[in-house]
Write a protein that binds this ligand. Structure first.
Ligand SMILES: [Zn+2]
Ligand SMILES: [Zn+2]
Ligand SMILES: [Zn+2]
Ligand SMILES: [Zn+2]
Ligand SMILES: [Zn+2]
Ligand SMILES: [Zn+2]
Length: 354
């Protein structure tokens, strides 16, 4: 808590009684090594946070309580913080804590208001001025809060309005009935405003017959014209209704077609899905045949390799046989054996080829 915020000194303050940090009347003043006077709490805050709002430097030396200034301040003559709300209290600052102020602002108890009201104003505000006080409409007795009253009057059925003919005040909801049945003045079809009690004599005045006949004729004409307008509007409406009926029929036809199309589409989809399933099976079969083929190709390649090797051997033997034919018969039986072996290979080769 910084210095004394709430009180107002009665006389102008001497210099040096305000806190160098919070600029309020010093509370528990201390003096720093640099010579600044601060409230005890302001000094503690600067020390704790290492920051001063007013650029105060604390220095290395410790502070000490300034008892003389502290005493001077507690003896100062001050006014109550609610002075502006009418509190007459004045006294020494040290007595202020014991002052039980009767002018302390209080929260208005009306729901939604939230205003703080000084004691002398409190009752008037609460019961007569607050926008959130409960009120009844004085005409229809409906309950509401005061701020809604103006808007309510616009639609209040009991709100008094003035009859334009007789200037009498009547309930808004009763105005029509008043004009038609009770007002002392009546508007005649001729345009004259006639006293209700003179209604019959009005028709007997001089020239009244002609005046009323012509006004009736005028009225008839205007009735005829509005009848025609009404009839043409009715005709338009009927045409519109016909168009609407046609459109509704067309719409339901399209809907039926759409449904048929949807069911057809769904059938086709089912068939297609079945076909797709069958296709998957065929694809599996093809894969297995492909695997068999590849195995067969491998086998055939191995066999071919073997055959080529055998053919090479055969060629070597053939070469030896051919060489042996041109030679003298001394080694014939040996070569004859070779020839027999060669015949055997020839047979095998032919079999493999077939
Ligand atoms: Zn201070
Ligand atoms: Zn007071
Ligand atoms: Zn209020
Ligand atoms: Zn009302
Ligand atoms: Zn009237
Ligand atoms: Zn008339």
């Amino acid at each position: 808590m910084p210095g004394y915020r709430d009180v107002t000194p009665v006389e102008p303050l001497k210099p040096g009684l305000l806190c160098s940090e919070c600029n309020l009347l010093l509370k528990e003043p201390v003096q720093t090594g640099e010579g600044d006077r601060l409230c005890r709490s302001c000094y503690d805050d600067i020390k704790k946070n290492g920051v001063s709002q007013n650029g105060i430097k604390l220095g290395e030396e410790p502070c000490y309580p300034d008892r003389a200034v502290g005493k001077e301040i507690t003896q100062l003559k001050v006014r109550c913080a609610n002075y502006s709300s009418g509190c007459p209290w004045q006294g020494k600052l040290q007595e202020y804590e014991d002052h039980d102020c009767q002018h302390k602002p209080q929260l208005c108890p009306n729901e939604g208001c939230g205003e703080m009201i000084s004691k002398p104003e409190f009752k008037t505000h609460w019961t007569k001025r607050c926008n959130y006080r409960n009120v009844n409409c004085k005409h229809c007795k409906e309950k509401m809060i005061a701020k809604d009253l103006e808007a309510h009057y616009v639609r209040c059925p009991e709100y008094p309005v003035k009859c334009e003919r007789c200037s009498q005040s009547v309930k808004k909801s009763g105005l029509e009935d008043h004009v038609a049945n009770h007002c002392q003045f009546v508007e005649c079809s001729c345009g004259d405003i006639v006293k209700r009690k003179n209604w019959e004599t009005h028709f007997r005045e001089d020239g009244a017959l002609f005046k009323h006949m012509s006004s009736l004729q005028h009225l008839l004409r205007s009735l005829h014209s509005s009848h025609r307008q009404l009839y043409s509007k009715l005709d338009e409406k009927q045409k519109l209704m016909e168009v609407e009926t046609t459109a509704t029929g067309e719409l339901s036809r399209v809907e039926t077609e759409l449904k048929a199309f949807q069911s057809q589409y769904e059938n086709r989809l089912t068939i297609l899905q079945k076909k797709l399933g069958a296709l998957d099976t065929v694809r599996g079969d093809i894969d297995s045949v492909r695997r068999d083929c590849s195995k067969l190709t491998d086998t055939s390649k191995t066999m071919g390799g073997r055959l080529e090797a055998q053919e090479d051997k055969l060629k070597q033997v053939q070469g030896q046989v051919v060489t042996s034919k041109g030679r003298p018969s001394s080694g014939a039986s040996r070569y004859g054996d070779s020839f027999l072996r060669f015949q055997g290979w020839q047979l095998l080769k032919e079999r493999l080829r077939s």
